[in-house]
Write a protein that binds this ligand. Structure first.
Ligand code: ZN
Length: 370
């Protein structure tokens, strides 16, 4: 994704920041810098710290450290995942949390349970350690010291992060815990459906709670949870439906390829006759790119008989092997936002698999009740 940038690597995992993150650092710093709440004998928030310069330095440092803690939470999940051989592609920090992009989690409820718990556990440990530092600092320097307030606030925020993530609803960790719990007792698809149902119930509950208390944050989370639950359910259903189906079985194998010298006008005629929406461009047996109807539409009508396939084709290619699972093709298409993938076997183009092929396969399989 272009909207996030990499800041480094930890345990071999690229850590990325989403651009909204920079904005949110300021919002978090502002909200903690402008509020102050007596909380169990100490203070939560930097609103009373004087002078102003110290208040804002602490607030900004706090915001940054808080997001490092969010990152550590994600690393907690990733650590357990990696130990079990699940590959983590990257961790992206968004505005109210992190997302670890990983390979599909093996359908092993014990592993899922451990992975799901690892994040909140990390937050819980950081929270308790921070509170301990705050208590020590409070007895040594006093409860009103910025240093004490800093760790007191950080400790509670991490505990809140832990509790928040344990809400038993997708896409929270608690949702995964719930699914793992159900999955140990029933088929995976049914477990996902049940967990998603409970997630949606929670979302509706939160929505009304947010509405009555005019808490916009709560409304936002309700929306997020509702969407997350439905998405998780859909993705799992598709994966289970496509299970065991190989790309080879659903691809179109008599691929019409075109020459890079072919003009767009000729390609358009071809699309009309053959009702395909994209063609692989091949020269001397080598796949060079792919031309789709979208590439064609970018060129004005009057220029289409002088523009050639080679000029407009997408050169960045996502290809897939015939023996790969169909669900992998689906995932690749979603991630790279393309509608068709050339199927390559030992450097040779053997077919093309499109989104339509996948949809058809899903429809046919669910028809058979598989
Ligand atoms: Zn988590």
């Amino acid at each position: 994704m272009n909207s996030s940038f990499q800041i480094g690597k930890i345990m071999g995992i690229p850590i990325k920041l989403h651009w909204t993150f920079l904005f949110i650092i300021l919002v978090v710093a502002w909200s903690f810098g402008s509020s102050s709440l007596p909380w169990f004998g100490n203070t939560y928030g930097f609103g009373n710290v004087e002078p102003l310069s110290v208040r804002w330095i602490f607030s900004i440092a706090f915001a940054i450290l808080l997001f490092i803690c969010v990152g550590l939470h994600e690393l907690g999940h990733s650590f357990v995942a990696k130990k079990q051989g699940v590959e983590i592609k990257s961790i992206t920090l968004y505005f109210f949390g992190g997302v670890a992009a990983m390979d599909e989690i093996p359908r092993d409820s014990k592993l899922e349970l451990r992975m799901a718990f690892a994040g909140p556990l990390t937050s819980g440990i950081i929270g308790l350690v921070s509170l301990l530092i705050a208590v020590l600092s409070s007895s040594m320097f006093g409860p009103k010291q910025p240093f004490t307030i800093f760790f007191w606030t950080l400790g509670w925020m991490n505990l809140i992060l832990m509790i928040f993530n344990l809400i038993p609803a997708f896409p929270m960790d608690g949702g995964r815990v719930l699914r793992a719990w159900f999955a140990a007792r029933m088929p995976y698809a049914k477990a996902t459906r049940k967990a998603a149902e409970i997630g949606r119930m929670f979302a509706i509950l939160m929505f009304f709670l947010g509405l009555f208390t005019l808490n916009f944050f709560m409304l936002f989370i309700a929306f997020f949870v509702y969407m997350g639950a439905s998405e998780e359910e859909k993705a799992t259903t598709i994966n289970i439906t496509l299970e065991g189906i190989k790309v080879r079985q659903i691809m179109s194998s008599d691929v019409r390829t075109i020459d890079p010298a072919m003009t767009l006008k000729e390609i358009k005629d071809l699309m009309f006759h053959e009702k395909h929406r994209g063609y692989p461009v091949v020269e001397g047996g080598e796949l060079l790119g792919i031309v789709t109807i979208t590439d064609l539409q970018k060129v004005p009508e009057e220029k289409r008989d002088i523009t050639r396939a080679g000029d407009v084709m997408a050169r960045k290619l996502y290809v897939i092997a015939p023996e790969e699972e169909a669900s992998v093709a689906m995932k690749m298409m979603n991630e790279s936002a393309v509608r068709r993938l050339p199927v390559m076997d030992a450097g040779r183009l053997v077919g093309i698999v499109s989104r339509e092929d996948l949809v058809r396969a899903i429809e046919l399989c669910s028809e058979q009740g598989l």
